[in-house]
Design a protein around this ligand. Structure first.
Ligand code: PRP
Ligand code: MN
Ligand code: MG
Length: 178
């Protein structure tokens, strides 16, 4: 697995520091709210599990499974809800947690969907975002890192379902994709 890595883009330490910072901000902003964290599986898992331990507030959690990429490195632009929320979210202050915002198609769809279910507020926290790739407009309240248009893996992000368990964000060697 480590042989496939071309370069590390964001180290374990950099991520740790940023997650702490985001957790503190969220703790401050959601002090008197009814916070519900919604993780978008599977990419969110590592970031979300670290992030919630830096949020010093009562919160509830749920997860959605959506799919737009499949096993390709490009977004198909079609968002499919594979697993929906379990409970009513009316009146909740929703914080969507994502690993990456690329075209924004997944999130622009999800934000509208959650608002239509009468959440009090819907905001987004993403570890990574690629500003050059946006196709749909989305307001990103909390962003860890802005990254260039390179296909990255690790810390929850996959290529063909692999590499999610790498503890940093990195770029793979070109031959891995062929
Ligand atoms: C990836 C990523 C985001 C989405 C971003 O998920 O985790 O959820 O694509 O793309 P967009 O901004 O272009 O819509 P993916 O569909 O690969 O599923 P996964 O989280 O299970 O890896
Ligand atoms: Mn995802
Ligand atoms: Mg993926």
């Amino acid at each position: 697995m480590n042989n496939d890595i071309l370069k590390i883009l964001i180290s374990q330490d950099e991520i740790k520091e940023k997650v702490k910072e985001l957790g503190q901000l969220i703790t401050k902003d959601y002090k008197d709210k009814d916070l519900m964290v919604i993780g978008i599986l599977k990419g969110c898992i590592v970031f979300l599990s670290d992030l919630i331990r830096e949020i010093n507030l009562p919160l509830t959690m749920d997860f959605m499974v959506v799919s737009s990429y499949g096993s390709s490195t490009k977004s198909s632009g079609v968002v499919r809800i594979v697993k929906d929320l379990e409970k009513d979210i009316a009146g909740k202050d929703i914080l969507i947690v994502e690993d990456i915002v690329d075209t924004g198609l997944t999130l622009s769809y999800l934000v509208e969907y959650l608002k239509s279910r009468n959440a009090s507020s819907v905001k987004i926290c993403t570890l990574l975002e690629k500003p050059d790739r946006r196709k749909a407009e989305v307001d990103l309240e909390y962003v860890g890192f802005h990254i260039p248009d390179e296909f990255v893996v690790g810390y929850g992000l996959d290529y063909a379902e692999l590499y999610r368990n790498l503890p940093f964000v990195c770029v793979l060697k070109p031959e891995v994709y062929s």
